[in-house]
Design a protein around this ligand. Structure first.
Ligand SMILES: Cc1cc2nc3c(=O)[nH]c(=O)nc-3n(C[C@H](O)[C@H](O)[C@H](O)COP(=O)(O)OP(=O)(O)OC[C@H]3O[C@@H](n4cnc5c(N)ncnc54)[C@H](O)[C@@H]3O)c2cc1C
Length: 256
């Protein structure tokens, strides 16, 4: 399309695989742990199978594609369970907030489910994809429309990539239907430009929010760690914020 494309590399790859859990989980939940090297996420498929998305520096990701399946599984369990030394300032900040929330009778997430362990991977399911931020300045041209990752790519840490694409498709289909009802040709630029405007208005703020989260979680300095830990604990404890976030993440297409 010869359009401008804004992009930057995260110098990371997303390592994926289908994992067999050591024990079936009672409550099927998604897990994500933010490590200094990038987030590791387990997205449930059934109560004993999960899909892995592990963001890692490119060299480490490539190395993990080559190691034996046993070593790969050990690395996953290590990433899920390794205990990191905690910063004193962060610890005391978190304790103070917990006491405050308890004083206000706000739930502090006392009931915790432990992360699962992995026993094996489904043979041949291991792969890795380069991670990039990318956005096409234009989504449409006469006879051509970009949807999904062709128009925009985000870091997988928020699990939103495919939702943005589904939103594009929903809006495009609605506008093409509108064009047909009004007797306009399918390639009418008035409708295509409307698609572009609506979707860019929706996609771009989310893309930058995801990029900002990536930058926030990359930092290891105590004030950054403290700020994000307090933010997460507050989000978890205040039902209105938590509900709004869950609804936004799961209902993007409906609410676009
Ligand atoms: C590691 C990783 C984890 C992710 N995790 C999540 C997640 O948890 N949740 C989420 O919502 N999103 C996630 N995403 C993002 C999600 O995968 C993408 O947003 C989504 O797959 C985009 O769909 P798409 O159809 O637009 O593009 P794609 O899935 O890239 O499909 C494009 C297809 O076109 C084919 N193709 C390309 N060029 C040509 C050509 N010239 N001719 C014919 N065919 C061609 C390609 O082979 C491909 O099959 C993740 C992405 C990665 C990399």
């Amino acid at each position: 399309m010869d359009t401008q494309y804004v992009k930057w590399d995260y110098n990371q790859m997303g390592v994926v695989a289908t994992l067999k859990l050591s024990e079936p989980t009672e409550n099927i939940v998604a897990w994500q742990r933010f490590l200094p090297t990038g987030p590791i996420a387990l997205l449930p498929l059934t109560n004993c199978l999960s899909s892995l998305v592990w963001s890692l520096p490119t060299t480490e990701a490539k190395r993990l594609l080559k190691v034996s399946e046993e070593e790969f599984v050990d690395s996953i369990n290590n990433a899920l369970w390794k205990v990191y030394p905690k910063d004193g300032v962060v610890e005391s900040g978190m304790r103070a907030l917990q006491q405050l929330l308890e004083g206000l009778s706000l739930q502090t997430g006392a009931v915790k489910q432990l992360q699962p362990s992995v026993s094996a991977i489904i043979e041949g399911s291991r792969a890795a994809f380069p991670l990039q931020f990318g956005h096409s300045v234009s989504y449409v041209q006469t006879g051509t429309v970009l949807v999904g990752d062709a128009a925009h790519r985000v870091h997988p840490l928020a699990g939103q990539g495919v939702n943005l694409g589904f939103g594009d498709v929903t809006v495009l289909v609605q506008l093409l239907a509108e064009a047909v009802i009004n007797g306009a040709p399918l390639g009418d630029m008035t409708y295509l430009r409307k698609y572009e405007t609506l979707r860019q208005r929706y996609n771009v703020p989310i893309m930058f929010a995801i990029d900002a989260l990536h930058r926030l979680y990359k930092g290891t300095a105590a004030p950054i760690v403290l700020a994000r830990s307090l933010g997460l604990q507050l989000t978890n404890a205040i039902p209105v914020i938590k509900k709004a976030l869950i609804e936004h993440a799961s209902g993007q297409i409906r609410n676009r």
